[in-house]
Write a protein that binds this ligand. Structure first.
Ligand SMILES: O=P(O)(O)OC[C@H]1O[C@H](OP(=O)(O)OP(=O)(O)O)[C@H](O)[C@@H]1O
Ligand SMILES: O=c1cc[nH]c(=O)[nH]1
Ligand SMILES: [Mg+2]
Length: 213
């Protein structure tokens, strides 16, 4: 089976905001604002082919035909860093639902550890789920999250991230070949400790002003 497509945005607004996000001088409040803006911009690109249905409204002057979104969307933010992305996207499609998954990467082994999942026995009635995480490093966290969403019975899944390493993209494609991957940028490589280089550091810590052990 050919691997799923990887779509890297070429939009100058995304490139500009990504560079501001990476800057180590960017404080958490500005970091969160940029995450929100980047998430919305990438969401627009990742939804250009969503199902719609024809309808019409009456303007003050005449009947006006148009379309409405027909897809029932679910967001699956990978805690913690994916939370800001989900909230921003929800503003664009407020009738959507959010299904949190807590995954933390073990700092020694780099393996993902799922610590929060409440929905395994509740297959959601969704047309499409977007798994969200700013960082795709080794790919372990995203692979684990997508596997859970598949278990819930969602057929159409897309991953949206801000920065990825090739290692993570390849691993995600291998594990889930039908899941398209939408990204803001692909970086050079992973450090020995599994950080994306140049990357932006620890996304969760920078988003929330914390320092992980
Ligand atoms: O591709 P991977 O190698 O799995 O790494 C990526 C994961 O690491 C970060 O989360 P982290 O484990 O630091 O948790 P946090 O969001 O709570 O800080 C990031 O937000 C991803 O979830
Ligand atoms: O560079 C990285 C890699 C994993 N998780 C992060 O937050 N940053
Ligand atoms: Mg972290």
């Amino acid at each position: 089976m050919p691997p799923s497509p990887v779509i890297i945005s070429r939009h100058p607004l995304i490139a500009d905001k990504l560079l501001r996000l990476r800057d180590k001088e960017t404080p958490p409040a500005e970091f969160r604002r940029l995450i929100r803006q980047l998430a919305q911009l990438l969401f627009v690109e990742a939804t250009s082919d969503l199902e719609t249905k024809p309808t019409s409204v009456r303007t003050p002057l005449a009947e006006c035909p148009g379309i409405r979104l027909a897809s029932r969307i679910g967001f699956v933010p990978i805690l913690r860093a994916g939370m800001g992305m989900a909230e921003a996207m929800l503003e664009l499609v407020p009738d959507s639902s959010v299904w949190h998954i807590g995954v933390a990467r073990n700092h020694e082994t780099l393996q993902p550890e799922v610590y929060y999942e409440r929905f395994s026995k509740l297959p959601p009635n969704l047309d499409i789920a977007f798994v969200l995480d700013p960082m795709l490093a080794t790919g372990g966290s995203a692979i684990e999250a997508v596997a859970r969403v598949k278990e819930w019975g969602v057929k159409k899944i897309r991953f949206i991230g801000l920065i990825a390493a090739n290692e993570g993209i390849k691993a995600l494609q291998k594990a889930h070949p039908k899941v398209p991957v939408y990204l803001g940028a692909i970086d050079s490589h992973l450090s020995e400790k599994g950080y994306i280089i140049p990357g932006l550091g620890d996304a969760g810590d920078r988003e929330f002003g914390s320092i992980s052990e």
